[in-house]
Design a protein around this ligand. Structure first.
Ligand SMILES: C[S@@+](CC[C@H](N)C(=O)[O-])C[C@H]1O[C@@H](n2cnc3c(N)ncnc32)[C@H](O)[C@@H]1O
Length: 230
């Protein structure tokens, strides 16, 4: 299972390195600030972290201090859709968070409006997410349950908002069973376009020879993306 975490960390590291060098960044849903080293090692100019879970924020503050990023980073205990500051950022990042916003259209709309508000013109909205495309045909009739993970459909799949799943990464130190919503990328793109965010890059994760088939399958459900504010 650690391979899975390591590979996803590598993907994030590369995306941060390519897009955040000397930039001002807003990271929405930053968790326990597990990516703070990646920002530091990419010579970010400034990073604002936003995370609604107070326990994660506490742990994040500790990590920020340990990585000597206090001078370059501030964390806010808030949800991404409600957070507001008067700063315009070069980059807004969201890593593995969008699936919490597909419960209904208003929720995603509020988020993307806020992402766009915080971006400068030509600024980038970057991230990684699980997506529905490859997952839906597999869970339409049966749950997926193997040694490494399980994904269970909790509602009818409608190719719209509110398609609920429970996801369990077995044996992981951090993850528990989580309820999330399927991310339909075409719906994301539509709302992004409404707020002047244009898709410039999208790549689904490829298989890796170091991973067992089950984890390659899981990895294939994820993609990375860049939208640019026009
Ligand atoms: C899978 S974790 C990802 C954390 C981090 N981005 C990473 O890649 O390690 C998802 C995070 O999204 C956060 N989250 C859930 N709902 C959110 C919301 N409405 N606004 C911001 N973050 C949210 C959770 O608290 C959690 O920390």
């Amino acid at each position: 299972m650690d391979y899975f975490r390591i590979i996803h960390n590598d993907y994030k590291k590369r995306l941060i390195k390519q897009n955040c060098y000397l930039k001002n960044v807003l990271d929405l849903g930053s968790g326990k600030a597990g990516d703070i080293h990646k920002y530091r090692d990419s010579f970010v100019n400034w990073v604002t972290l936003v995370e609604p879970n107070p326990d994660y924020v506490k742990e994040a503050r500790h990590r920020i201090a340990l990585s000597n990023m206090d001078q370059f980073c501030k964390i806010h205990n808030a949800s991404a859709e409600d957070f507001r500051d008067n700063f315009k950022y070069d980059v807004v990042s969201m890593f593995f968070v969008l699936s919490f916003f597909f419960d209904n259209e208003e929720h995603l709309d509020k988020l993307i409006k806020n992402v766009s508000y915080h971006l400068k013109n030509n600024g980038k909205f970057i991230g990684t997410t699980i997506t529905a495309e490859k997952l839906v045909p597999l869970i339409q009739n049966n749950d997926i349950d193997n040694e490494f993970f399980s994904i269970k459909k909790e509602s009818d799949l409608t190719h719209s908002y509110g398609d609920k799943i429970t996801f369990n990464l077995k044996g992981s130190q951090t993850a528990q069973t989580q309820t999330e919503y399927l991310v339909y990328f075409d719906l994301l793109e539509k709302i992004c376009n409404k707020y002047s965010l244009v898709l410039t890059y999208k790549k689904c994760y490829e298989s890796n020879s170091k991973l067992p088939d089950e984890l390659n399958l899981l990895t294939s459900f994820y993609c990375e993306f860049i939208f640019q504010k026009k």
